[in-house]
Design a protein around this ligand. Sequence first.
Ligand code: MN
Length: 205
Amino acid sequence: MSIITKNRATGYQMPVLLYPASALEPVISQATIECHYGKHLKTYLDNLNRLVQGCDYEDMTLHEIVTSAPEGPLLNNAGQVLNHALYFEQFSPYSPQNNRPHGTLLSAIRFDFGNFETFKSKMEEACAALFGSGWVWLTQDESGKLDIMRCHNGDNPMRYRMKPLFGIDVWEHAYYLDYQNRRTEHVKRIWEIVDWEMVESRMDV
Ligand code: MN
């Protein structure tokens, strides 16, 4: 993953937010983005930079750390930096009408899930069924097949040789300011802000 770069002096860098913090409203509020990106992600990044100093993983890329570090604080924070970099990159300003995948991605969704509506339902069901904190990902395996993967806490599909294409953060910090305990309501509205071209660009085709 090249979306997190590393500076020799200051360590791993915050990914750039590609839209204004208010651009995802009313699906995700400016206050949530400011807290989620500016505080939660920043804290994971600061922890990663502190934990990696002087250890065997110091000169590795984020992808290498996430796929090779043992369970523990370094992996937890590295995983969450990667997860959130993918997460914030995959949205575009609120556009509720006709926001759906096209081309190669839509063909693959139809092939592996039947149709786009079924795929969305399966993602929503997986989000509802995940107990506690975690992520639900649209993944692609090495043969090209798409699937849905539930990950607990900061876990990431790359640890299982799966490519993460699109992820829904179901930690309460992702939706609680806007939806309180209504996780399903939040997830059902996510579709209005997905940048499907970005998602498709992550595929191996
Ligand atoms: Mn989060």
